[in-house]
Design a protein around this ligand. Structure first.
Ligand SMILES: [Zn+2]
Ligand SMILES: [Zn+2]
Length: 89
């Protein structure tokens, strides 16, 4: 399902991350898979429009037309994830 919808290959990214943590960080397969799941989820989220009426991928958004290419979608601009700022007192 993700394979055709995302701008990167989930399987490929997943296995690269898993190998990295197993080979270089000497983690167990279980731990590495857990980290890979979190990273892939974050990458997908990063490439998904945060407009709740949209939620389409970044690749569907054409900047100079200022619109999302999905039919019936009212979105006009790709909305990024807002960085959460920690306020220091
Ligand atoms: Zn959209
Ligand atoms: Zn959008």
């Amino acid at each position: 399902m993700w394979r055709n919808a995302t701008p990167f290959q989930v399987d490929k990214l997943w296995s690269q991350v898993v190998h990295y943590y197993i080979d270089k960080k000497k983690m167990s397969k279980e731990e590495a898979n857990k980290i890979a799941a979190a990273i892939v989820k974050k990458e997908i989220e990063k490439n998904t429009c945060q407009n709740i009426a949209c939620r389409h991928l970044k690749s569907k958004h054409i900047a100079h037309l200022r619109q999302c290419l999905v039919d019936t979608c009212p979105c006009s601009e790709f909305m990024k994830i807002k960085k959460i700022r920690i306020n220091h007192e």
